[in-house]
Design a protein around this ligand. Structure first.
Ligand SMILES: N[C@@H](CCC(=O)N[C@@H](CS)C(=O)NCC(=O)O)C(=O)O
Length: 201
């Protein structure tokens, strides 16, 4: 199994999950500076030339959430995805999709307009709108995490990898200020040895 990765990118998500699962895999580091992610051979694996991508035998796939869903099910015995058809599984799907469809977009908008874009292209209005949207999302997540260690309760799951890593990105931009439950959640996740192993360059 090969995971295509670049440091401090979304490929940390499946890398973290693989470390939690404790299964063997090969980490293939792509050097963005050398445009290795746009090489024709790699574009056959990820047609957008982005990370992460996973190759597992005949399977090749991309999208961090999809890869995490696949891995957690492939190693179901490790208990990082609830059983299909259970209430916990419903919540698990909900948070997995929420991480990408609802939580990540305002964070991307803030990142683009405070870090990524050249200064003359940044929009303060876009940042303000995204922060407003994030405030609503943060309230929903704070309620979901009130009195519990993880999104599904006491049991850590792949949903925590997706939501937690995305919140970690928000924290990097200072957006978690005033959200102590979310800060504590990110801190709790950051203490996990598997999380720390996934950050090593
Ligand atoms: N929705 C995708 C986003 C993938 C993505 O945009 N990855 C970034 C790194 S965080 C990338 O590889 N960017 C390089 C590029 O698109 O050229 C996922 O979650 O896997």
């Amino acid at each position: 199994m090969k995971l295509y990765h670049s440091a401090q990118s979304r490929s940390v998500r499946p890398r973290w999950l693989l470390e939690e699962l404790g299964v063997p895999y090969e980490l293939v580091r792509l050097n963005f500076g050398n445009q290795e992610h746009k090489a024709p051979e790699y574009m056959k694996i990820h047609p957008h030339g982005a990370v992460p991508a996973l190759v597992d035998g005949d399977i090749k796939m991309f999208e961090s959430a999809a890869i995490c869903l696949y891995l957690a099910d492939k190693y179901a015995d490790k208990g990082l995805a609830p059983k299909i058809g259970t209430p916990a599984r419903a919540a698990y799907y909900q948070w997995m999709v929420y991480s990408m469809a609802t939580l990540e977009p305002p964070i991307i908008q803030i990142f683009m307009n405070t870090v990524m874009l050249p200064e003359e292209q940044r929009s303060a209005k876009a940042v303000e709108e995204a922060k407003k949207s994030f405030t609503t999302i943060a309230a929903v997540l704070e309620q979901a995490l009130a009195g519990r260690s993880f999104l599904l309760g006491d049991q850590f799951s792949a949903a925590d990898v997706m939501v937690g890593s995305t919140l970690g990105w928000a924290q990097f931009m200072g957006v978690l200020e005033g959200h102590p439950t979310l800060q504590a959640y990110v801190a709790r996740l950051s203490e996990r040895p598997a999380f720390q192993r996934a950050q090593v360059d």
